[in-house]
Ligand binder design. Structure first.
Ligand SMILES: O=c1ccn([C@@H]2O[C@H](COP(=O)(O)OP(=O)(O)O[C@H]3O[C@H](CO)[C@@H](O)[C@H](O)[C@H]3O)[C@@H](O)[C@H]2O)c(=O)[nH]1
Ligand SMILES: [Mn+2]
Length: 745
């Protein structure tokens, strides 16, 4: 290859979005103008004025962060044909799936993910699939064994007929009846496959309905006294591709790491590190793909696409990971809960792709193994030399000699690793490296691997890698690479948002903050700044809630923080231009006006509730008062014919979560403020009575919170629970009382 000259396996194009930039700049200038106005027009210094100034400075800063991120969007184009021509031997890739709870994550979903991975269009002897089960569930194990039996037929079927969608439930729900143009043979096989798949589904379903499902004898005996949070390691090689044959299925391994109540297990990050070690022993592929249990492969050639980037002989060497977007197959029309992120992918993540690369999003990612092990990009040609002394490696990687040997190979470039290893030879060693105590005193989770300490482990893990100078790339082939379950309703969306709000705040204030990465690492300035878009979510919640409170305060006490007369036109213009601008952005990428509005109001709602609560819980964690927990998002399989509840699928549902207490309080406070204003109950004018500015803001807020208003008067799951209403009323009364007592004094 060396003497053939350089031919790029992938290309990168920067997009020009000039008009967008002009409007972005205009908004920025207006924001500055408003800040200047605010400072210059001060005649009496008041605390609300100061707070408003602080919040508005923050909003301006956020806008700068967004501009900076949006302004160099890039796309990549991969050339699979060149890869196949020029790379004589495709590299191995280890595939990781994590699952944690058989109730919230029904095994049939996980099995579809696994099946779609086993059916990848890539030499199967180069693949090994590892499933980590944090639920330690015999159901999941049983499902996996059964799914593997089915996989033999399924993969053959996919290959023979060149099926594109290789997650069976997606395939069978898309193609309802075999098309009439197809051959009789195909139709027969199609029906047979469908029958087999339905059978698999039934078996898994039947078993999962029983609490103690089946005789835990034989293979399953080991689960018999395992509790979810207290059990020994279980490692099972469900199947191995013994002859290293490209027409057999990939290796398939089940892992449930040891858990003991006295050891923190670090949630998903802990599971990922275990997967990394076990796979290091068993197959030690130079690249690893990690997906969540609900992210099925949608483009069977995705590994080839990603390899185009990672194997590119010039630019690929700087790339530590390749990130594919998280897209969803079951997103509700017009994104009522704002959890599909379509416009953020297009503008923000593509924007980051033009800087040092997208952040690591936790799933749909191809990693370079040695980058996970802490290698620097400049060591990639030569491999790490000199510091591979066994004792140092043992200290960093833990005490398993076998594993240390494999890690040394990986750090040197893994060229000299034996090809014909058999996973089942390493079961005992695998058990050792999955024990709770294995990581004690090592670098795992602290300096390398998936980092601990934040429940958004993905972002610091990615930052820690980019800090060493690595880049990352997006890979967005057509058809899209992976598709997953979007959180189905408002409840699971809020669980997820709260987790991110909290986890990201911890990252922002922690050791792996982008600021430190810029100052002391090799995060480029603009790339670091673009990370603020993400890591500031919690802080954004804090500032928005402050602003919302000031507005209510002004209405209640009859003072004004907005200028009057001509000066009021600045914020109004900002508001109008901003909304039109984002609307055009949405329409440009084919989204509807409804989608835009849903996202706008959801942005206000989640920032002032879920992110704010996340921020508070992060503060508690940072001050050592309480720890945060990874709450798993529920994944409901949506069957194609369950259309009965479609009309209601976008409706807001509520429960007793503090998120809804925050939201209801905000709504009640503003309703009261409006009431006070319109009934003339405000205090007498004391200088500058509250005016149009406050009124517009408050109205906008109430319009955004309309679903809550409806929730106040609805029943059942569509109504806000009484206890939440009581708590919120109490908070609202305290706030209003506080405001009014200020006036009297
Ligand atoms: O103790 C745990 C908790 C979670 N998981 C797995 O982690 C994945 C992500 O969990 P999920 O509840 O689906 O979270 P999401 O909100 O959908 O996840 C997003 O956010 C997470 C960080 O907050 C990232 O890790 C994910 O990749 C990203 O998709 C799932 O496969 C889980 O099975 C574990 O393996 N062990
Ligand atoms: Mn998920």
């Amino acid at each position: 290859m060396a003497n053939q000259g350089y031919v790029p396996l992938y290309e990168k194009f920067w997009l020009k979005r000039t008009i967008q930039r002009v409007v972005d700049t205009l908004i920025l200038l207006l924001l500055f103008l408003f800040l200047i106005y605010r400072v210059s027009s001060i005649n009496s210094f008041t605390f609300p004025w100061f707070l408003a100034f602080l919040c508005e400075s923050w909003f301006t800063f956020t806008w700068i962060v967004i501009l900076n991120t949006k302004w160099s969007p890039a796309v990549t184009k991969t050339h699979i044909d060149r890869l196949l021509q020029r790379v004589p031997e495709l590299p191995r890739v280890d595939l990781f799936v994590t699952t944690a709870d058989p109730i919230l994550e029904p095994p049939i979903i996980t099995m579809n993910t696994v099946l779609s991975l086993l059916a990848l269009d890539y030499p199967s002897n180069k693949l090994a699939c590892y499933v980590s089960d944090d639920g330690c569930s015999p159901h999941t194990y049983y499902a996996l064994v059964e799914a593997f039996k089915f996989a033999k037929h399924w993969v053959a079927f996919c290959n023979k007929h060149n099926i594109q969608v290789r997650a069976p439930f997606r395939y069978f729900s898309d193609v309802a009846i075999a098309k009439s143009g197809d051959s009789l043979e195909f139709k027969q096989e199609w029906l047979q496959m469908k029958d087999m798949y339905d059978n698999l589904g039934r078996k898994i379903e039947e078993v999962s309905r029983k609490p103690i499902p089946f005789q835990l004898g034989g293979d399953l005996a080991i689960f018999s006294d395992a509790e979810q949070r207290n059990h020994p390691s279980i490692v099972k090689v469900i199947s191995e591709n013994k002859g290293d044959l490209s027409n057999e299925l990939p290796h398939l391994i089940y892992i449930s790491r040891e858990k003991r109540p006295q050891y923190p297990h670090n949630y998903k990050a802990g599971a990922m590190n275990v997967l990394t070690r076990v796979s290091g022993l068993m197959s030690n592929a130079p690249f690893m793909l990690n997906v969540d249990c609900d992210m099925v492969v949608n483009n069977p050639k995705i590994v080839l696409h990603a390899m185009c980037i990672l194997m590119d002989s010039k630019y690929g060497k700087e790339v530590a990971f390749v990130q594919c977007f998280q897209q969803f197959y079951d997103g509700i029309k017009d994104d009522p809960f704002g959890n599909q992120w379509v416009s953020s992918f297009e503008y923000i993540i593509r924007g980051m792709a033009g800087l040092q690369g997208p952040f690591y999003g936790g799933t749909n990612t191809f990693h370079r193994r040695n980058a996970i092990y802490g290698l620097y990009p400049d060591e990639i040609e030569t491999g790490r030399e000199g510091i591979l002394a066994d004792d140092i490696l043992t200290q960093q990687f833990g005490s398993s000699n076998e594993f240390v040997k494999s890690a040394a190979c990986a750090l040197q470039g893994s060229r000299n690793y034996p090809e014909d290893i058999s996973p089942s030879n390493f079961i005992e060693e695998a058990i050792t490296v999955t024990n709770c105590a294995y990581e004690y005193g090592t670098y795992w989770g602290k300096e390398m691997g998936w980092l601990y300490g934040s429940i958004s482990e993905d972002v610091p893990t990615g930052l820690n890698i980019q800090k060493k100078g690595w880049r990352s790339e997006c890979c967005t082939p057509d058809p899209i690479a992976f598709t997953g379950c979007a959180p189905r309703g408002l409840l699971s969306t809020m669980v997820q948002q709260k987790r991110w709000g909290s986890g990201l705040t911890v990252v922002f204030f922690g050791k792996h903050s982008p600021i430190l990465g810029i100052l002391f690492g090799k995060i480029q300035f603009r790339a670091g700044l673009s990370y603020f878009w993400l890591t500031n979510w919690g802080l954004r919640g804090f500032f928005l809630v402050c602003y919302v409170a000031i507005l209510a305060y002004c209405m209640i006490t009859n003072i004004s923080i907005f200028p009057k007369g001509l000066g009021l036109w600045i914020p109004i213009t900002i508001f109008v231009i901003y909304n039109l601008h984002t609307l055009v952005e949405y329409l440009t990428i084919g989204l509807s006006v409804r989608h835009w509005w849903n996202n706008q109001r959801m942005c206000i709602m989640r920032t002032s509730t879920a992110w704010f609560i996340g921020f508070l819980s992060a503060m508690l964690k940072l001050s050592g008062i309480s720890d945060t927990v990874f709450e798993i998002t529920e994944k409901e399989p949506r069957t194609s014919n369950a259309d009965g509840d479609n009309a209601d699928s976008g409706r807001f549902t509520f429960d007793k979560s503090p998120v809804f207490v925050a939201g209801t309080t905000i709504l009640l406070v503003h309703l009261t403020a409006m009431f006070i204003k319109f009934c003339g109950l405000q205090a007498a004018q004391n200088g500058n009575g509250c005016g149009l500015g406050e009124f517009i803001c408050s109205t906008y807020l109430i319009v955004c919170y309309w679903p809550y208003l409806k929730g106040l008067f609805s029943r059942g799951k569509y109504g806000i629970p009484l206890s939440t209403i009581c708590k919120s009323t109490l908070f609202a009364l305290v706030f209003v009382h506080f405001c009014r007592s200020k006036v009297i004094n």
